[in-house]
Design a protein around this ligand. Structure first.
Ligand code: ATR
Length: 275
């Protein structure tokens, strides 16, 4: 039996075990995925235990995604540029840090919307950790242009500078949004605004949303945020956050097993949990 799992704090509400174990079962793999509640001061020892116990790898979540980079042998260029690791692979004792959040998000966009990324200008709301993953991966994929609007302007400036050598990127203020929503094809919310329990809020004035836009929200609880509901009612195409969660897990699954992930089984397990 090959062991994988999740390092986080807290971790008990994670849906990853259900999703990953359903995928292992579907593919007939003798792998198992479980959660480990790791205190920040024990993170280094927990990472060492991957080697000691011969685990194939783990996912890493809040609050460890940045600090864990200190304890790994190698970091992929994409994870380095994002500045965070969400997946560790144990390559015969060498621990390699990957980030599948951004690439998983991009893959969910490709699979679940009709967008042509090379032709898309993108407005990203927020410049925190989730935004960094999305903005870096979109820049590496080669979208046409990226605009980043963040409440704290300096963080938007920093992120735009970080990706500017891969894609034209600009930090903008919230006052610029009315003119921008007519230029872009895709609006992505990466802020926590609209997340349960604050489901009555939107991160952008909904009257700026219109037909012809794809509006995407990284939040998946609730499944349809107020932003997405407003966008849908105005004729925009909407894209929820569940796909990002599924595909980041799918990419980790493939890194560990070498097997293509059963996306529909994973999705069904999240939508209709069997246990
Ligand atoms: P995550 O890892 O989920 O991205 P984070 O790194 O804490 O979390 O980032 C949260 C993002 O949501 C930031 O862009 C934050 O804006 P600031 O950088 O100005 O803090 C944004 N955010 C959170 N609450 C917000 C609010 N009420 N209005 C606007 N932006 C908000």
């Amino acid at each position: 039996l090959t062991l994988t799992g999740l390092f986080g704090h807290p971790v008990r509400h994670s849906r990853s075990p259900q999703m990953q174990n359903a995928a292992f079962r579907e593919k007939g793999l003798s792998f198992v995925y479980t959660v480990f509640d790791v205190l920040p001061e024990r993170l280094e020892a927990a990472v060492e235990s991957i080697r000691v116990l011969g685990m194939r790898g783990v996912n890493v979540t809040i609050p460890h995604k940045v600090d864990v980079m200190n304890y790994l042998d190698r970091i992929t260029p994409e994870a380095e540029m994002i500045g965070a690791v969400n997946t560790i692979v144990n390559e015969n004792g060498e621990l390699v840090g990957h980030n599948t959040d951004g690439s998983g998000y991009v893959r969910s966009l490709i699979e679940e919307t009709a967008l042509s990324l090379p032709e898309s200008k993108v407005l990203i709301l927020g410049a925190g950790g989730a935004s960094r993953a999305v903005a870096v991966s979109m820049a590496l994929k080669g979208v046409k242009e990226i605009f980043i609007a963040n409440r704290t302007r300096e963080k938007g400036d920093e992120l735009a500078a970080r990706i500017a050598s891969y894609c034209p990127a600009h930090s903008v203020s919230y006052e610029d949004l009315p003119s921008l929503t007519n230029q872009v094809q895709l609006v992505i919310n990466t802020t926590s605004v609209g997340m349960s329990p604050n489901i009555e809020e939107t991160p952008i004035d909904p009257s700026l949303l219109h037909e012809g836009l794809v509006v995407s929200d990284l939040i998946y609880n609730p499944r349809e945020t107020l932003l997405l509901k407003e966008a849908r009612q105005r004729g925009a195409q909407t894209h929820g956050g569940l796909g990002m969660f599924i595909y980041q897990g799918a990419e980790a699954f493939t890194l560990w097993t070498g097997v293509e992930a059963p996306i529909e089984v994973m999705r069904k397990q999240l939508e209709h949990p069997t246990k």
